[in-house]
Design a protein around this ligand. Structure first.
Ligand SMILES: [Fe+2]
Ligand SMILES: [Fe+2]
Length: 155
């Protein structure tokens, strides 16, 4: 079905964030594995899968709308260098995705594309209730326990 060009271009802007989140979780999960922080590895590897799922939904929808998914652009990608900066960078990406999702949901409403809107609302739920919430918890735990105590719980 031929889709609205404005929706396809908004979905591509969103895809650039989801792909950045996916790549960032990919490299961060491998860094945790290399450091022996196996619990963090497992959780972040699972987030990597979730982001691939989000990107898949956007790509599927764009292809259905006869648009061309942009697989090259990454927006907001930044690799951390230690556990706190990695968690902070992941949380920043989640907040950016959250803001962009709201923006694109509003475009869908304006253009009357309620099916795309429904897909994005599911992504927003994952982003807020699962990914961002978990990262906020970890950063609070580091403050409460101190970094070395926190790291002991993540081996
Ligand atoms: Fe996502
Ligand atoms: Fe996410």
């Amino acid at each position: 079905m031929k889709g609205n060009a404005q929706i396809v271009s908004a979905l591509n802007e969103l895809l650039a964030y989801e792909l950045a989140a996916m790549d960032q979780y990919f490299i961060h999960s491998q860094m945790y594995l290399d450091w022996g922080l196996n619990k963090l590895y497992e959780r972040i590897d699972h987030e990597f899968d979730d982001e691939r799922g989000h990107a898949t939904k956007l790509i599927e929808r764009m292809l259905f709308l006869e648009g061309t998914p942009d697989m090259q652009t990454r927006t907001g990608f930044q690799v951390g260098e230690d556990v706190p900066s990695m968690l902070e960078s992941d949380l920043r990406v989640e907040y950016e995705v959250d803001a962009k999702l709201r923006e694109v949901i509003a475009v869908c409403e304006r253009e009357g594309d309620f099916v795309t809107r429904g897909i994005l609302v599911e992504l927003l739920d994952d982003t807020e209730m699962d990914h961002a919430h978990w990262l906020e918890q970890q950063l609070k735990l580091i403050k409460m326990l101190g970094l070395s105590n926190y790291l002991q719980t993540q081996m």
